[in-house]
Design a protein around this ligand. Structure first.
Ligand code: EPZ
Length: 422
């Protein structure tokens, strides 16, 4: 098994180019199931989750090819075959094929994703919404068996909780439904907006973009002529590299970002004493005279992103004072705490609230990644820990960060990927 070895790095410098957003690319790939043409997607991040989703599209009969970061996906020969557990369990976002397959074929079978390290992660809201659109859904043998012999019909749907992929799944289903669908209390993430913008360019009438209420007029099962789409920059990857600069208190620059997608991340870094200089596609982090403690509560967009919680926890160990972090979206998203404690961090937990003592010297040691963003937090901690740190189970990292070691090396980090001697 590969692992990453990181040496203590006193300071970073230079510029890194941010990739396209994995969480924007995944629903765009699902959207290709609704297409009558070959879909062209530019700025695709080359990460494991994207490869897994493309494998699923291939298993369903779709075809794809790529030229560097541009992918061409053709689903003219796609069939409604089962999305099997072996694929869905490795990547929960596979659930995003449910809405499009049902809308296109009126019947599909998709494995329940099961839980993951950060929580039970149910998909009940996806299923309730599809039932409201006329689907008949039976759960049997760990699989979702969904049928809509008359096709899906528009409905008025209120989500009990704000769900990102739930919103995306239903937008995709509603695009081919008969009549109008109203979504209330839906997610407003930039990736949800990009899904809507792409569908609008394909002729689907959608109003309320960027708000918690959407109205979608479906095409009544007419497949779509999808436009070329360029995946938006990854705001979480950008936030992670800003935290790499912040934890080493360095001056670094990020290119190919969308500053308006990361306002809360920017706000919290400013509160911690850093300065940020923006253009419309780049940001320069300037050193903090003193790293100040932070209080943050994770929330749905545009609130502070839960996907940045672990990275800020690692950063908070270096602040001059005690920081408080509250995780409100997932019931078990503190898996990185035990590993940070092993590096000498002083963190106490009270339910979903963590209190992080600052001014802590971390010690390099062997640590284990548990989920995608926790693993990036351990890499950040390794940058400033004394000695060297080995991060194991880095397949978690590879799911969502393209060329992480190379990008950090370009910033001056002493980091390399090694293979565990057998
Ligand atoms: C998306 O996951 C992201 N993944 C996650 O990023 C991100 O952490 C999460 O949104 C929250 O921002 C993708 O976009 C592929 P949710 P998703 O449905 O859609 C509950 C990463 O690091 N819920 O918004 O699965 C759920 O348990 C990943 O890239 C239900 O109860 O998250 C959670 O408490 C990790 N029933 C809350 O809603 C449902 O049917 C938010 O979950 C659906 C969700």
């Amino acid at each position: 098994m590969d692992y990453i070895n990181i040496q203590n790095t006193s300071e970073l410098a230079g510029c890194v180019r941010i990739s396209g957003a994995k969480n924007a690319a995944l629903p765009l790939l699902a959207m290709s199931i609704l297409a009558k043409n070959e879909m062209r997607i530019e700025n695709m991040p080359i990460v494991a989750d994207i490869k897994t989703f493309l494998k699923l599209i291939g298993l369903l009969g779709g075809e794809f090819r790529s030229q560097e970061g541009t992918f061409f996906v053709d689903t003219k020969n796609i069939l409604s075959k089962p999305a099997t557990y072996d694929i869905v369990k490795t990547m929960r976002a596979s659930i995003l094929v449910l809405g499009p397959l049902l809308a296109r074929f009126k019947e599909c079978k998709v494995s329940l994703p099961g839980g993951c390290a950060i929580g039970q992660r149910p998909v009940d809201l996806h299923l309730k919404a599809l039932e409201a659109m006329g689907a008949n859904i039976i759960i049997e043998g760990g699989y979702i068996h969904a049928k809509a012999p008359q096709g899906l019909k528009g409905a008025s749907i209120i989500f009990d909780k704000i769900t990102v992929t739930g919103t995306e799944n239903i937008i995709l289903a509603a695009a081919l439904a008969r009549g109008k669908t109203r979504l209330i209390n839906c997610a407003k993430e930039p990736e949800v907006v990009q899904v809507c913008e792409t569908l609008i360019k394909a002729g689907v009438e959608i109003s309320g973009l960027g708000t918690s209420e959407l109205e979608i007029i479906g095409t009544n099962a007419q497949l779509l002529d999808l436009p070329t789409t360029r995946v938006i920059p990854d705001r979480i990857e950008a936030g992670t590299y800003l935290c790499a600069g912040a934890i080493t208190n360095s001056e670094i620059k990020l290119e190919n970002i969308e500053p308006t997608h990361m306002e809360f991340i920017n706000k919290k870094l400013l509160e911690m004493g850093y300065s940020l200089e923006f253009t419309n596609s780049s940001v320069k982090l300037l050193k903090a005279k003193e790293i100040l403690p932070v209080e943050l509560v994770t929330a749905e967009y545009p609130g502070f992103p839960t996907d940045m919680q672990a990275q800020f926890m690692a950063l908070a160990t270096q602040a001059k004072g005690t920081s408080i972090i509250e995780e409100r979206l997932f019931e078990n998203r503190f898996m990185h705490v035990s590993e940070l404690l092993r590096m000498g961090a002083k963190i106490s937990l009270n339910g979903n609230i963590a209190s992080i003592t600052g001014n802590t010297t971390l010690e390099g040691t062997e640590v284990m990644a548990t989920d995608l963003r926790a693993s990036s937090a351990l890499v950040l901690a390794g940058l400033i820990a004394k000695g060297s740190t080995q991060v194991h189970r880095i397949y978690h990292l590879d799911r969502g960060y393209a060329n992480l070691e190379q990008k950090l090396r370009e910033l001056g980090a002493k980091i390399e990927r090694k293979s565990q001697e057998k």
